[in-house]
Write a new protein. Structure first.
Length: 211
């Protein structure tokens, strides 16, 4: 089991600025966040507030502007920088912010390599972003590392039988833990899975997994 003293995994955010122009400035400079902004060759102007924020947190920011344009040029550049990040930090989380679904086959391939990669249409689905809806607060203290590890191991092994709704996930985990966990503890465990980015629960209670 990982030590509680270990730092949290790094979140690598790569932004396709040709495709997504509204940047959540709050995530730039956040602890455990690496931010890469990719600009097309024809994008010659940036908002002053964005530039100031990038300069203020230069150690955790990478600004890439292509010098020539072409079909899918920025997509190929983003894939290159994603590959560099994956090579240097294979245990991290990788977030492509782009509405371009052309990245999805690459993401699906990387997931088969057990890499944690996801595409976001905008910043609202980044769990650590200020524009994201806040996760529900657990009614009891956070779940222990032991229970989190046990839940992740169980869910990763049961790829075909993962619950698709929040309520059935709670029942599923209660059955798995048996008498060793209460309903309140399972609720806290699900909240921690959300906060860590392992699952996402939408407003209708549907669960998606990022394990």
């Amino acid at each position: 089991m990982p030590s509680a003293d270990l730092p949290p995994p790094m979140n690598h955010v790569l932004v396709d600025f040709e495709n997504v122009h509204k940047i959540d400035l709050s995530i730039i400079g956040m602890k455990s966040v690496s931010f890469t902004l990719l600009l097309g060759a024809q994008q010659k102007r940036l908002d002053a507030e964005l530039v100031e924020t990038l300069m203020e947190h230069a150690t955790s920011v990478q600004l890439v502007r292509l010098t020539s344009s072409g079909r899918n040029a920025l997509d190929f550049a983003l894939a290159y920088y994603l590959g560099r990040a994956v090579t240097s930090d294979p245990t991290g989380y990788f977030h492509i912010v782009s509405k371009d679904v052309g990245f999805d086959p690459l993401i699906d391939h990387l997931k088969t390599r057990r890499l944690r990669v996801r595409r976001h249409d905008d910043f609202s689905t980044l769990s650590f972003s200020a524009s994201a809806p806040p996760p529900p607060k657990p009614s009891v203290p956070s779940a222990t590392n032991d229970s989190l590890t046990r839940a992740l191991t169980h869910l990763r092994r049961n790829t075909k039988n993962r619950p698709k709704r929040n309520r059935t996930l709670e029942t599923h985990l209660l059955a798995h833990f048996g008498k060793s966990a209460t309903t309140e503890e399972i609720t806290a465990l699900i909240a921690r899975l959300q906060q860590a980015g392992h699952i996402r629960i939408d407003e209708k209670g549907a669960v998606t997994y990022q394990l």
